[in-house]
Design a protein around this ligand. Structure first.
Ligand SMILES: *Cc1c(COP(=O)(O)O)cnc(C)c1O
Length: 430
């Protein structure tokens, strides 16, 4: 349990009366680790303060958007200045042109983007356009990749080799899931076999090129290349879901990192700098299918609003100006160097998996899996205890063993040392 959670506990009780599960998004409820979720009152740089006034070194970073840390002064200034001039018009504004230009200029192969208000919407809309552009219906996704909560993507692999989708949530019609195929990551043979049989009927293949929603399942470049090859051959649109990796690994996301250009890409998190922003993009031909030029409908009341755009533009400007991605890589390398000896002393298997500023503490025996595999109940229990022991030591980790830690430019090597010392101490009682 955390040191004191009186106010959080009272808020949670009130919340549960009027909000299902007391939360606006399920993982916030601490179900995987037990206990009462902390209600946050304040964020500053690398720290958050909860409703009970306790301060934590934060490695959640709102699950990815806060690449500059909490309440970066320049972002706050840009947002407040914009607010004073009107928060939304439901009409075009200059800021959305500027952010679109930045994204298009930075990301390989992209010619046009459209803004939405979440990653879920970005993916949902990208798939609609891909279906329109190809005149096909079926899509392929990979087990362990998360693409938001749209119906046809809340689908898990059924049993059997070539896997027919089954809804992984109540309320998703089986008929929707039936249009989704699911394959394991890291398996070229299964991919080639399915593409041979069904490639000509596939509208889109969607993947997190850096899968970061089921731990960090780093892919071999050969697998990503096979994906590019097979989709090109069958005229299927390859969508990179870069909602986490976009502008976090670098300005060109995973596409630039691996040197593989998808047909479409989806963005969210970092490009909104903490405001609700998503975007999807592709070539002019594909994106030209969208209304009003084309026949594919997609819209949003608050899409591209000046306040959200200001947060995004300022965030990307600072990353570029301050060589943000170089710093994040060196911070990540430091984390690896500082944490590895601590993990080596852990009384159970614990491995550090990292790409840039994304870090996963894997409790798998085997270290770094490349495809989705479940943790043992024992590993989950170990993480739950560790999570609370770290909270007691002032460290806020994501409340699930499958979630990655996000480093930001507000973190310093000193913070990493504090983290390592707390971890070393916590593992002594594990
Ligand atoms: C977070 C996430 C989404 C969904 O974004 P929301 O803004 O939560 O709707 C989609 N894809 C990936 C890869 C994500 O990490």
């Amino acid at each position: 349990m955390s040191k004191s959670d009186k106010k959080s506990a009272a808020l949670y009780q009130r919340a549960r009366a009027v909000i299902p599960g007391g939360v606006s998004s399920p993982v916030r409820a601490f179900r995987a680790v037990g206990g009462t979720p902390l209600f946050m009152a304040k964020g500053e740089g690398a720290f958050v303060t909860d409703a009970d006034g306790q301060r934590y070194l934060d490695f959640v970073g709102s699950w990815g958007p806060l690449i500059l840390g909490h309440a970066h002064p320049e972002v706050v200034k840009a947002v407040t200045a914009t607010c004073r001039k009107g928060m939304t018009f439901g009409a075009p504004c200059a800021a959305e042109v500027e952010l679109a230009e930045r994204i298009v200029r930075s990301y390989p192969g992209l010619e046009q983007v459209r803004f939405v208000s979440s990653g879920t919407e970005a993916v949902m809309s990208a798939i609609r356009v891909a279906r329109a552009a190809t005149g096909r219906q079926t899509i392929l996704k990979f087990a362990g990749c998360y693409h938001g909560h749209a119906d046809h993507l809340l689908v898990a692999a059924g049993s059997g080799l070539a896997t027919f989708g089954q809804p992984s949530s109540a309320g998703v019609p089986p008929a929707f899931a039936a249009e989704t195929r699911v394959l394991p990551l890291d398996d070229e043979a299964a991919l080639r076999e399915l593409m041979q049989r069904e490639g000509s009927r596939l509208a889109a293949v969607i993947i997190e090129p850096v899968p970061a929603n089921h731990g960090l399942l780093l892919q071999r470049i050969e697998f990503l290349k096979a994906l590019r090859e097979e989709t090109s051959r069958s005229g299927t649109i390859l969508i990179f879901d870069e909602v986490i990796s976009g502008f976090r690994l670098g300005a060109g996301g995973a596409a630039a990192h691996y040197g593989i250009t998808p047909d479409m890409a989806t963005f969210g998190k970092v490009i909104g700098g903490g405001m609700p922003v998503g975007a999807f993009g592709g070539t002019r031909t594909v994106m030209g299918r969208l209304a009003p030029d084309g026949d594919t409908y997609q819209a949003g009341t608050l899409s591209g609003n000046p306040v959200a755009m200001a947060a995004g533009i300022t965030t990307l400007k600072i990353l570029e100006r301050d060589a943000g991605w170089v710093h994040l890589e060196s911070l990540g390398a430091s984390a690896e160097r500082i944490l590895k000896p601590v993990l080596a002393r852990a009384p159970f298997p614990m491995h550090l998996v990292r790409l840039g500023s994304l870090i996963w503490l894997s409790l798998h025996e085997a270290g770094a899996p490349r495809a989705a595999t479940s943790l043992t109940p024992q590993a989950n229990a170990r993480f739950a205890k560790l999570f609370h022991d770290m909270l007691d030591r002032g460290i806020y980790l994501p409340p699930s063993a499958y979630e990655v830690l996000f480093l930001s430019l507000a973190h310093t090597e000193e913070h990493l040392n504090v983290f390592a010392a707390a971890l070393d101490d916590a593992l002594k009682t594990a």
